[in-house]
Design a protein around this ligand. Sequence first.
Ligand code: C2E
Ligand code: CA
Ligand code: CA
Length: 608
Amino acid sequence: MNNTEWWIKATLNKTPMFWFDSGNLNMSQLPVPCVTSEGIALQDNAYQVLFENSRDAICLIDAVTGRILKVNQAAEKLLNRPRCELIGLHYSILHPPGECEKYTMAFDQYTHEETTSINTEVYTGDGRIVPVEINASLVQMPNGSCVLQGFFRDITEHKASEAATYLLSCYDPLTGLPNRWQFIEHLANAQTTAYRSDLFGAVLLMDLNAFKRVNDACGHDFGDQLLQDVAIRLNDILREADIIARFGDDEFAVLLPSLAHSIQMAAWFAQTVTDKIHNALAAPFSLPYGEYSPNVRIGVTLFPQEEETASNLIKQAETAMYRAKELHCDTACFFEAPMQKAVEARFALESDLRRAIEKNQLRLFLQPQVNSHGRIIGAEALLRWEHARRGLVPPADFIPLAEETGLILQIGEWVMAEACRASVRLANAGQPLRLAINVSPRQFRHPNFVVSVQAILAATGADPASLTLEITEGVVIDDVEDTIAKMLKLKTLGIRFAIDDFGAGYSSLSYLKRLPIDELKIDKSFVQGAIDDASDAALVETILAVARHFNLGVVAEGVEIIEQETFLKDSGCQCFQGYLYGRPELAETLIQSRLANPFNTFRDGEPQ
Ligand code: C2E
Ligand code: CA
Ligand code: CA
């Protein structure tokens, strides 16, 4: 560099910003130091001019005290404060609290050689917060002290254009949905969460058959409108946590995170969502030349899968989607054979279950409930399905499906009517027995529930006082007001209510106080754990104490051995149900044995 030419190293890219001749400099008049790349201090009015007229806002800060020594016009303008207000302030006053820390951390990194660049924010005199880029470096003064010189640049516009670019790069401008790139990001996050939470999720890929014909026949404007309408319909039926994306043309993707803990259940839920999608898009879209009902082909894959990237999962869903197209499949296709099998099995079960009532395959079983003397005082109605091929199917294998599909409404009515008929037969024979009937959440929540119970009572002539309806805590929590209203209506008829599996769910004491409940059923897991596990024992004792306090009856379920009964009796329990007294058996069998031996007591199934 020429000896008489000096430059100020001012910006991060280290290109010379100002050039001037040292011959014009008068070092003695300089109000602040200015330092060359070789570390030589300059003092001159020329510097003052350059300093004042710089496009960048410049602040000089005492590196020891952190106080502002000098600012230029651009800094006054940027900060919207006169220099007389700024000089002497601590630099931290300029920054919002969190931002100031960023600044301070960067402070430690300032060196004489390097210019440090940080993106931060500053307060302005009129209360705005302005995003700025600061390029700062430490300057050693001839007297040994240090000054921090900071070049501030307002980056509001830059940020806005960055945000706009980001939006464009992440979202589909036509529908406003995330694009493929953004979807992959969401999916990658969902995979991590799925591993951590042990919950399976699903990726759905779909396209609308014959969409191209709409574009060709009606023009792109209508094609665009159609895609927007599809996006709206999808948005309406999916959960908030689900992500819908458009990959281009008529290809949409859906991410369903956190569906279920088992792959089968997740496949099942994913299938339910694809059904919803088919239904939502089945209603015709109006177009200038008629209506359009797209054939939607959907491919599904589940995650997490060991070492599969988000892109690979999308490819899997794509493969499944092509299979759905080939097969002209109106239901979705799954990528993996076991998933496909699980879904097919579910479909087969569903269609069989739909016909179970008309084929007379449902069976009502009864399991006795006894008092502390072993005398039978009631029975719980438990459903079985006598399937032609599968044999006797336990309720756990089909009640969730019935609940999911809504078939539970019909099935629940069948159980209630059958239990009422059993109750009438026992009463007519002079052997009345209180029967407990399980009511599923969907059944209870149905607006016609009360009316349907009343109709069954009227049709069968059963005495409402001989019925106890068992509901679970989940039903109560969902809508306490509605639950109370329904319970009160049925209670006026004389029906009793029990909370089933008490202790296994939410178990809030506050609803016990508010709900018109008569009985708690202690979940069998606690009853069975109580003799070995101190916390189960404590729970059983607590439930009994709570029941005493609220004046509620208690039935302990799942009593299998005499030690469990002894513990329960010692804790004050007076009503028991379990294999120790009798397994569930055909209602007819129990009715017959009761009619034959009205004073039977039960233990190990043997009369005493
Ligand atoms: P739940 O209401 O808790 O019924 C008690 C379950 O415990 C019954 O199983 C019963 O057979 C079983 N159990 C009784 N004593 C013992 C015992 O000593 N040891 C063991 N290990 N188990 C015992 P099940 O019949 O398989 O019914 C399972 C669940 O299916 C029922 O649980 C209930 O939630 C549901 N369910 C059964 N029938 C119906 C129904 O008609 N409607 C509805 N909505 N759900 C039903
Ligand atoms: Ca029950
Ligand atoms: Ca139970």
